[in-house]
Design a protein around this ligand. Structure first.
Ligand code: SF4
Length: 115
């Protein structure tokens, strides 16, 4: 249930999603919905921002995507494409392709294992 809730929060993007709308989409009551929202926040996956909506205080949830997948220049360290002698001939529809490249595949697998 939390995974589905997180996906819904992610889908909402930068506009976020009202807690009550999240409950409706999940098909749960407000008590269960609040528990899920608090859990997402405590895990650092989402943040709840207090909002006055139709005269009532509620919360809007936003995904903390940055915390889940930090992207920095260091993320690209050692990417084989930067020093590849065939980069000018490499392309999706070319004989040399990132889709078939073992060097790139190995590097991506290493990134995943190190994460
Ligand atoms: S995908 Fe492979 S062949 Fe293409 S530029 Fe990167 S390392 Fe070179």
């Amino acid at each position: 249930m939390e995974e589905t809730a997180y996906e819904l929060v992610l889908e909402a993007g930068s506009k976020g999603i009202l807690q009550s709308d999240l409950w409706k989409k999940l098909g749960v009551n407000s008590r269960e919905g609040s528990r899920i929202a608090v859990k997402l926040e405590s895990k650092g996956l989402a943040r709840r921002v207090k909002e006055l909506y139709k005269g009532r205080w509620t919360y809007r949830l936003y995904a903390n995507k940055e915390e889940e997948t930090p992207i920095t220049w260091n993320t690209l360290n050692d990417c084989p494409c930067f020093t590849c002698i065939t980069i000018t001939r490499c392309g999706a529809a070319q004989p040399i392709s990132p889709i078939k490249c073992q060097k790139l595949t190995n590097w991506i697998q290493k990134q995943i294992m190190d994460f």
